[in-house]
Design a protein around this ligand. Structure first.
Ligand SMILES: *[C@@H]1O[C@H](CO)[C@@H](O)[C@H](O)[C@H]1NC(C)=O
Ligand SMILES: *[C@@H]1O[C@H](CO)[C@@H](O)[C@H](O)[C@H]1NC(C)=O
Ligand SMILES: *[C@@H]1O[C@H](CO)[C@@H](O)[C@H](O)[C@H]1NC(C)=O
Ligand SMILES: *[C@@H]1O[C@H](CO)[C@@H](O)[C@H](O)[C@H]1NC(C)=O
Ligand SMILES: *[C@@H]1O[C@H](CO)[C@@H](O)[C@H](O)[C@H]1NC(C)=O
Length: 881
């Protein structure tokens, strides 16, 4: 702003003055003390404004203090500075309220913080646009850069650019919400040129709390002026400019020419004739006029006869504002305003306060918001150490290192290149990359990325270069990418990933951890070849089976784990043979039978009503794929294509527990030992969800139809974690499921409205009661007796025989059954606090099992005695995990 020559300052006597302290809160104020130690806050003594440290708004820069000799006269927020010896562009990111008109102020007091008195000159940017140049001319100088601006995003970047003329620094950043009808412009933002309290009698600047908007009014007096003042408060007028009404203390003093016939002059120059200005002259009569007195004047611009505004007759104790901008944009380089006395006025003109702003048309828009979101997430996912601050693309020439952007005239810049080669990246290829829709070139080479090459990369429509060389990626490159590579539309580099197959025909590797894919000769469709799982065939001896569960599930997990991946919808069609065979219909959709190579799978197609965003779906699913336990059904893969969402689970040959317990099931009646083992399995699965997962997973829908049995009658819980994938609201069908199933639902849920681990314990209790009794959770009779009421009434009579499923024909140890009933009744306690944890249940069921096995042991023939003893201990070990 060099080139403006506003008033000449002079100080004339001090008159008595009443300070009017407004009681406004600092509502919406953001007051940042740059360089203040992290987490520090304080209330500034003179303004009572609460300042906070800048540490949470910026990653770079160093904290320094100004020399103590400068502190004395200055407010505390300038005692520290943050200086930026490193990096060309350093930016603050400050979250603000979108749509609010803000007064944004940067304050710069050098105060010889470097001890060397190096006074810099650097540029200040608001986001992508240059706001001003900061030129520090003396260490004691306090420079304020102010802008009245309506942000179009919910954050603002304040950036300091090193232009080679010294180290940038900043003392304070302040945001003050203004009334949205104040300081209206046709376009652009307003940068402060000059704001003065004319005729000030105190030689003191006023800001908050005198000025509700915390504008700083600097005293301005001249030798050819004298002061007038009142001790009465000044009111706003009720007209246009009421929102710009200056502080009453500012309006209560006025300057008037000493030579009563002389005009009052306001003169400034513009360094660029294209610059437009807004000015505001505030007038208020502060003298109670006699009947024979009058004060009226004109404001002229081009010579004394050019009466632009007026006659102005200021009202006693009311503010009247003259403002204009329409005629001030005529390519002038000098502005020479005069306030001249009207011919019939008996008193000379006055001026109480004045503001001059220049218009800033911030034409460069910031990067497309979706690109910004995506790249910010990528930055945090990979904890990128580069200085990635401010807007990713703009201003042109300052985009983040490794990024290239397209700049189309009036459109937001888009990210077209992302080069993160040799950046020490670990983990998987981030799905957020797929949201950089304009990406043409992606270079992730020479990192330590693991996991698969996801299909989402093939959804980037403009991708021309994809370099994934020298990582630790595994699996197969999606066929679509290979085809684009072959056709020449994509330069694809995937070499240097030892476990990644990047061609159409991958040979089986000796190392069985990679699942090869071959293009089938017919139709060129993808066929998955699964390494044949060594299937454990359970022997008749159940104790032996129990001992081997660990091994078996480990093997199975290993093979399935390698398969975990995203499938396309057409792959699902092939896996299920066009959804030929329905296995069942569950809460979230229909389940189909399928094959991945020779392994059977269950494919759950999710109902469309449960649609949600790809990323959320994917992150939940990926979380679930990491949950592994022998008593939880394994999630093999998923599909997300438009409205087609599917989950692929391991196939459970013996269906669900509900069918196994029912009379109609063709299966033979489960023995007591079978039942206890199933209960133990389920308890361990639940315990794992509650205690082995971080954060704990509440199943929310434990019931017999969600307990599946494999070919060895090993029980696994299904549908865990699904409630997280689905919105709690939505159609009634889904919400019923999410809120649990009648009969299994925690009665406390109605009070707390929240399902917790203890809600699962309740549902498990109901399952256990069903296992014991084979009765429905709620009697189908009119009485609709709950199974727990039935058991409690029988217990009251001491009638254990009638509790147990009559089909067991007394083939059980009564102590074992008593114990099981006791556990179940504990679990279904109406109050959650009285229910045991799943860990306790696991321990108690183990005891039950031991009692029952001891009985079976006695009944067995003598010769197998040793064998059984051995098996018993293995069984116990297995149960104890
Ligand atoms: C000013 O804000 C009010 C609400 O606070 C809003 O209704 C109105 O549209 C805004 N006016 C302008 C010009 O932004
Ligand atoms: C401004 O205009 C007045 C006449 O209205 C003239 O006397 C004065 O010299 C001008 N000031 C400057 C700095 O040009
Ligand atoms: C002074 O003259 C102007 C017209 O030039 C008129 O509008 C105004 O009312 C007059 N004021 C007084 C106090 O006579
Ligand atoms: C990515 O940057 C590296 C150097 O940092 C360079 O060698 C490589 O060519 C760049 N990749 C692309 C696709 O431009
Ligand atoms: C690969 O990255 C490492 C550091 O991550 C670096 O030292 C090495 O020079 C890079 N190699 C190439 C060829 O860029």
């Amino acid at each position: 702003m060099a080139g403006y020559q506003p008033f000449i300052f002079a100080f004339l006597g001090v008159l008595s003055l009443t300070l009017l302290v407004h009681a406004q809160h600092q509502s919406g104020f953001i007051s940042i003390d740059c360089g203040l130690p992290a987490e520090s806050t304080y209330k500034e003594k003179t303004t009572c404004i609460d300042y906070i440290s800048d540490a949470n708004f910026i990653d770079t820069g160093i904290s320094r203090s100004i020399a103590s000799e400068f502190k004395g006269t200055l407010q505390q927020q300038v005692w520290n500075v943050r200086s930026f010896p490193q990096g060309v562009r350093n930016c603050y990111t400050i979250n603000i309220t979108i749509g609010t008109k803000y007064l944004i102020r940067g304050t710069f007091v050098h105060g010889n913080y470097d001890g060397e008195g190096n006074l810099p000159k650097f540029d200040l940017y608001l986001g992508a646009n240059k706001w001003d140049t900061v030129k520090v001319e003396s260490a004691s100088n306090s420079i304020n850069k102010e802008l009245i601006h309506v942000p179009s995003r919910n954050y603002i970047h304040v950036c300091l650019l090193n232009t080679g003329l010294g180290t940038p620094f900043i003392s304070a950043i302040e945001f003050r919400p203004l009334h949205n009808y104040s300081y209206m412009t046709i376009s652009g933002s307003l940068a402060l040129v000059f704001r003065a309290d004319a005729g000030s009698t105190s030689n003191q600047s006023y800001r908050y709390p005198d000025d509700a908007y915390d504008r700083i009014w600097t005293p301005n007096n001249r030798t050819e002026w004298k002061d007038l003042s009142t001790d009465q408060p000044i009111n706003p007028n009720s007209q246009d400019h009421q929102y710009e009404f200056p502080a009453s203390v500012v309006m209560s003093t006025a300057a008037t020419p000493t030579n009563e016939s002389a005009p009052m002059e306001l003169y400034w120059e513009a360094d660029d004739p294209k610059t437009k200005f807004h000015f505001y002259m505030h007038f208020s009569e502060v003298v109670k006029l006699e009947p024979n007195q009058s004060r009226s004047f004109y404001v002229t611009l081009d010579g004394p006869q050019d009466h632009r505004y007026g006659p102005v007759v200021p009202h006693y104790l009311y503010t009247y504002t003259v403002s204009d901008f329409s005629d001030l944009s005529a390519g002038r380089s000098t502005y020479n305003f005069s306030i001249v006395k009207a011919e019939n006025s008996t008193l000379p003109p006055i001026l109480n306060a004045v503001e001059i702003y220049s218009v800033k048309d911030f034409l460069q828009s910031e990067t497309d918001l979706e690109d910004v979101d995506a790249i910010r997430k990528i930055k945090s996912t990979y904890r990128i150490k580069r200085i990635w601050q401010g807007d990713p693309c703009a201003p042109k020439g300052y985009s983040w290192e490794g990024l290239d952007c397209s700049f189309d005239d009036d459109k937001a810049p888009r990210i077209t290149t992302l080069n993160l080669s040799s950046s020490g990246l670990t983990g998987e290829i981030s799905a957020d990359i797929s949201n950089l829709l304009m990406l043409k070139s992606l270079d992730l080479s020479n990192n330590s990325l693991t996991g698969p090459v996801h299909a989402f990369l093939s959804k980037l429509p403009n991708l021309r270069v994809l370099n994934l060389e020298r990582n630790k990626l595994t699996g197969l490159v999606p066929l679509d990418l290979i085809e684009r590579g072959d056709s020449g539309s994509l330069s694809l580099s995937v070499g240097g990933n030892p476990d990644l197959c990047g061609s159409r025909s991958c040979k089986k590797k000796k190392n069985n951890t990679v699942i090869p894919i071959v293009a089938s000769a017919v139709g060129g469709l993808l066929v998955l070849t699964l390494i044949v799982v060594a299937i454990f065939w359970g022997t008749k001896r159940r104790t032996k089976h129990a001992a081997m569960v660990d091994t078996e599930s480990n093997m199975q997990n290993m093979s399935l784990e390698t398969l975990q991946r995203q499938f396309t919808y057409s792959e699902l069609l092939r896996i299920t043979n066009n959804f030929e065979r329905i296995l069942g219909k569950g809460g979230f959709g229909t389940v189909y039978h399928g094959y991945i190579d020779n392994t059977q799978v269950a494919v759950k197609m999710l109902s469309h009503s449960s649609l949600q965003g790809y990323q959320q779906f994917q992150s939940e699913v990926r979380l679930l794929m990491r949950v592994h336990h022998r008593n939880l059904t394994t999630l093999v893969g998923y599909c997300y294509e438009g409205t087609n969402m599917g989950l692929i689970f391991e196939y459970m040959a013996n269906g669900d527990l509900e069918a196994q317990l029912s009379d109609h099931g063709n299966a033979k009646t489960l023995t007591w030992e079978d039942r206890l083992r199933i209960a133990s399995n389920v308890a361990q699965g639940l315990e794992y969800l509650h205690c082995g997962c971080k954060p704990p997973i509440v199943h929310r829908d434990v019931k017999t139809t969600n307990i599946l049995l494999n070919e060895n009658m090993q029980a696994k819980l299904a549908d865990f974690g699904l409630s997280k994938i689905f919105p709690t609201d939505g159609d009634t069908h889904v919400s019923t499921v999410v809120a649990g199933t009648p009969g299994y639902l925690d009665p406390e849920y109605h009070i707390t409205n929240r399902l917790t681990e203890k809600s699962d314990v309740y549902s498990f209790g109901v399952v256990l009661l069903k296992i014991i009794t084979s009765r429905p959770a709620i009697e189908r009779s009119e009485a609709r007796t709950h199974v727990s009421e039935f058991v409690r009434s029988m217990l009251a009579k001491g009638d254990i025989k009638n509790i147990v499923d009559p089909r067991l024909h007394g083939n059980f140890n009564s102590n074992s059954v008593w114990k099981a009933v006791e556990i179940a009744i504990g679990c279904v306690s109406p109050t959650a606090a009285e229910r045991p944890t799943m860990s306790q249940v696991v321990v108690d069921l183990k005891e039950c099992m031991a009692t029952e096995l001891a009985r079976a042991n006695k009944g067995d023939s003598r010769e197998s005695m040793n064998m059984v003893n051995m098996d018993l201990s293995s069984a116990l070990k297995s149960l104890a995990r």
